[in-house]
Write a protein that binds this ligand. Structure first.
Ligand SMILES: [Zn+2]
Length: 462
C-alpha cells in the first residue's frame, strides 16, 4: 500500500475539507451525565469510550531548507552570500554548550537553482522538510482533537549534504523545537520515540554513560516528557511505558539497540548487550500487560523489517522464502519477533516510521514450519479478506498466520504526500477499529498559495 500521490490527494481532499472538523467533533462518544434526565426514565445505555490516537512520524526538520534551491543540492542554497548567512545563522542558533539558544528561523533565500519555488517542500524529492510544513503538520494534529499522539521519531534532518554537514546540536535543536510546538499545539499527551536520525552520528548509539545522546535528547523533549519516570527512562534507555486507557498501554522501545546499522552495540547474542536488555524489557512489559489482561501498542522508530517484499514464490508456485530481511541484527530480530509472536493476543500493533512510506506488514508464523518472520501481505484488503483483524482475530494468508500488524504511518517529510494518521481504539471491544488518514494539501510544486489546510484522504482503513 502506498501513499497517494500529491495530485491524487489534492483531488481527493478538496471537497472534504469541511468534513474534518465535523468528524473530529463527533468521535468522542463518552457518556454525558445530563442532570435534566428524569430519574424514572430507564438509563441510557452507556457506550464505552473510543480513544483517538494520532500517529505522526519522520518530520525531518531542515533548518537550512531553501524553497528556491533544487533537489540536486538537497534543497540547500549554494551561493557565497547564502553560506555567509548560514554561518551567521549557526552562530546565533547554538551557544557554547551546543544547545539551541534562539528559536529556529529561516534564512532569506537568494538562490535560483530550481525552476520553481517550493515553500512547503519538494514532493517526491530527497529534500528534508521546511519548518512551514512541520508547523502545518503539528497544527493539523492540534485540529484533529485526539486523546494522545504517537510521535515515532526521525525529527532531525538527514546528514546527506557533504557541503553542509549536520552538527550534533542541530539534532537536539530540531527535537526541542518540535517538542515545544507539540506542547503549544495540543493538551493531549505526546509520546516521542528515538529515531536513527535523532542520534549523532546517525544510526550510531551507545547507551549512557558511553554516550550522552539520550540524556541530551531527553532534555530537548522535556516539554512533552510529562513525568519524572518517563523522562528518566527515556534519558537512560530511550524506552518507557505509559497508560493510554484502562485496557490499553503504550510500550515505546528504543529500536536503535537492535538496528543492524548501529555499530556501537553488539547483537543480542551477547547477554549483557543493550539490545538484549531492551528485548528483555519488552518481554517483561508484555508479560505484565498479558497478566493484567490488557493490550499494548508497541512503538519503535525502526520497524523489524521493511517492504517491499522479495519474491515470495518460486517459479512453480511453491513458497520458499516467505519472510522479509530484517532491519535488526539477526539475534535481536529472532528475540523480538519471538516475543511479539508469544504475546500476539495482547499486541494491537507495532507502530513506527523510518520508511517514509505508508505500509503494513505482519509478524507471521509459517504454519508448516513454525518459523516466525515479517511478511508483506501485499494488500491489507487481502489480509482482511482472509480474516485479519488487529487486536482480535488473525488471518491466514498462503499458509502464514498473521499474528501482529506492523504499521508505518506516512511521513511528514514529503517523499510522498505528507499526512497524519488517526487511529481509533474501541475500549469496549478492545480492538483497534482502524484509522483515518489526513493529508496536508501541497501540490507537486510544493506550493498552495497559503497555509496548508488539513484534508481528509479517501481512505478510512479497516
Ligand atoms: Zn529513520
Amino acid at each position: 500500500m502506498r501513499a497517494l500521490t500529491a495530485v491524487a490527494v489534492l483531488a481527493a481532499v478538496t471537497p472534504l475539507l469541511l468534513a474534518v472538523s465535523g468528524k473530529a467533533a463527533v468521535l468522542h462518544p463518552l457518556p454525558l451525565d445530563d442532570p435534566s434526565n428524569n430519574d424514572d426514565d430507564p438509563p441510557a445505555p452507556v457506550k464505552p469510550p473510543r480513544l483517538r490516537i494520532a500517529h505522526i512520524t519522520d518530520l525531518h526538520l531542515d533548518p537550512h531548507y531553501d524553497p528556491t534551491a533544487g533537489a540536486d543540492t538537497w534543497c540547500h542554497a549554494r551561493t557565497a552570500q547564502q553560506q555567509q548567512k548560514h554561518d551567521i545563522y549557526h552562530a546565533r542558533l547554538f551557544d557554547a554548550a551546543g544547545t539551541a539558544n534562539v528559536p529556529l528561523s529561516w534564512r532569506p533565500s537568494h538562490a535560483a537553482a530550481a525552476s520553481s519555488v517550493a515553500r512547503y517542500g519538494r514532493i517526491g524529492s530527497p529534500c528534508d522538510a521546511p519548518m512551514v510544513l512541520v508547523k502545518a503538520a503539528i497544527e493539523l494534529v492540534s485540529q484533529l482533537n485526539v486523546d494522545a499522539v504517537l510521535w515515532s521519531g526521525d525529527t532531525a534532518r538527514h546528514d546527506r549534504d557533504n557541503k553542509l554537514p549536520r552538527p550534533e546540536a542541530e539534532v537536539y535543536a530540531a527535537n526541542a523545537q518540535c517538542a515545544a510546538l507539540f506542547a503549544n499545539a495540543t493538551t493531549a499527551p505526546v509520546f516521542p520515540a528515538v529515531g536513527n536520525l535523532d542520534v549523532h552520528p546517525h544510526n550510531q548509539l551507545a547507551p549512557p554513560p558511553d554516550s550522552r545522546v539520550l540524556p541530551r535528547l531527553a532534555a530537548s523533549l522535556s516539554p512533552i516528557l510529562r513525568t519524572a519516570s518517563v523522562h528518566d527512562d527515556f534519558a537512560s534507555t530511550g524506552a518507557y511505558v505509559a497508560d493510554l486507557a484502562p485496557t490499553l498501554a503504550l510500550i515505546n522501545v528504543n529500536a536503535l539497540y537492535w538496528m543492524a546499522e548501529n555499530a556501537r552495540v553488539p547483537d543480542c547474542t551477547t547477554p549483557d548487550s543493550p539490545g538484549t536488555h531492551m528485548a528483555d524489557w519488552l518481554d517483561l512489559q508484555l508479560s505484565l500487560i498479558s497478566r493484567a489482561n490488557r493490550t499494548a501498542l508497541v512503538m519503535g522508530h525502526v520497524p523489524p523489517a521493511t517492504g517491499p517484499a522479495p519474491s515470495t514464490h518460486s517459479g512453480n508456485g511453491a513458497r520458499h522464502t516467505p519472510f522479509l530481511a530484517s532491519n535488526y541484527k539477526p539475534a535481536c530480530a529472532t528475540r523480538v519477533l519471538a516475543t511479539l509472536d508469544r504475546y500476539a493476543p495482547h499486541v494491537a500493533g507495532v507502530f513506527g516510521g523510518h520508511v517514509n512510506d505508508d505500509s503494513t506488514l505482519f509478524v507471521a508464523r509459517d504454519l508448516a514450519t513454525g518459523a516466525v518472520g515479517l511478511v508483506d501481505a501485499e494488500d491489507l484488503a487481502k489480509a482482511v479478506e482472509h480474516g485479519a483483524e488487529p487486536g482480535r482475530r488473525r488471518g491466514v494468508v498462503d499458509g502464514l498466520e498473521l499474528r501482529v500488524p506492523v504499521f508505518a504511518a506516512p511521513s511528514v517529510i514529503p517523499v510522498h504526500a505528507p499526512a497524519v494518521r488517526v487511529l481509533e481504539w474501541d475500549e469496549g471491544r478492545r480492538v483497534l477499529r482502524g484509522w483515518w488518514q489526513y493529508y496536508l494539501q501541497i501540490d507537486e510544486d510544493g506550493e498552495r498559495g497559503g497555509v496548508p489546510l488539513p484534508g481528509e484522504g479517501n481512505d478510512r482503513r479497516w
